[in-house]
Design a protein around this ligand. Sequence first.
Ligand SMILES: NC(=O)c1ccc[n+]([C@@H]2O[C@H](COP(=O)([O-])OP(=O)(O)OC[C@H]3O[C@@H](n4cnc5c(N)ncnc54)[C@H](OP(=O)(O)O)[C@@H]3O)[C@@H](O)[C@H]2O)c1
Length: 298
Amino acid sequence: MQERQCVQAAWASSSHEQEVAGMQVGFIGTGSMGTILIESLLKAGVLAPRHITAANRTARKAEQLAERYPGMRVAYSNAEAAEGNDIVFLCIKPHEFRTVLKEIKRTVNDRQIVVSITSPVTIGSLESWLPAKIAKVIPSITNYMLSGALLCMYGERLSPADIAGLERLLSAIGRPVQVNERFTRVSSDISSCGPAFFSFLLQKFIDAAAVETGIPRAEAERLACEMLRGTGTLLTEGGLSPEDVQYRVAVPGGITAKGLKLMEESVGDLFHRLIGITHAKYYDEMERAASSLDSSSD
Ligand SMILES: NC(=O)c1ccc[n+]([C@@H]2O[C@H](COP(=O)([O-])OP(=O)(O)OC[C@H]3O[C@@H](n4cnc5c(N)ncnc54)[C@H](OP(=O)(O)O)[C@@H]3O)[C@@H](O)[C@H]2O)c1
């Protein structure tokens, strides 16, 4: 709630100097990720509420967003959310695509950019359904803090100017990074699932610290979060690689070196298996998405 108020305050105080001139943006799906994208773009000041139209299956969710950000329009059909907007974000799950595509395919045109944020639905499949320019952009929860990457993949219908315009919008909330669609899953594992995976490891570290030493959990958590923020800055702005950080901290034979040795022995092939599991689920979802989107004729 407090976070929400921060977003609203940031939006209200923004001069909107960075608004992407005149761009109108539609959102279909205002669940977790749709809401994060809308709120981040508002917080960054790159869009104002009057630039946004949102639709959601349960309309009340979109209405609540519009109540928080006066000026935002609620659309009561997906076709209405798509109509006339320069960019339309599809923030829905893979199995929901067929329904939505059927509803918008006669509304969108070849001047619009339709952006899917869903990894298993391919650009080719969307191009077979819609005349629009198709992009796939995989966001991350880190974009809520206007940081982290946005994985960008573009269909051939987008011109360099389309890509530049879209990336100008996206760069307000993170770093657009173009990736090969072939690496969608592993890139998403790192960029979008990574915050959850590394928060899990951090939580285990904090829990162990509290249990093993009696340090108040809140204190351990504060230290751990600051540590992660500082390490992130070293790795992104400080010019250090993960190996450099370990080398700089671990004196041979010292305490950190002992800890790293234990970690090396214990982690084993954990991350290989992790990538195996995410990809197995991904291929399954891809297959199901492909067969559900197989024919665009009805
Ligand atoms: N969560 C992440 O960190 C993350 C990161 C990158 C990409 N993604 C991708 O983003 C997509 C959405 O994920 P999410 O976490 O935002 O899921 P979510 O919270 O379940 O949101 C999906 C939203 O779509 C709405 N919806 C479903 N069918 C619809 C329809 N026919 N018309 C209009 N709206 C419809 C749902 O409405 P109801 O309220 O009626 O259920 C719900 O609000 C997924 O494909 C996911 O892989 C997620």
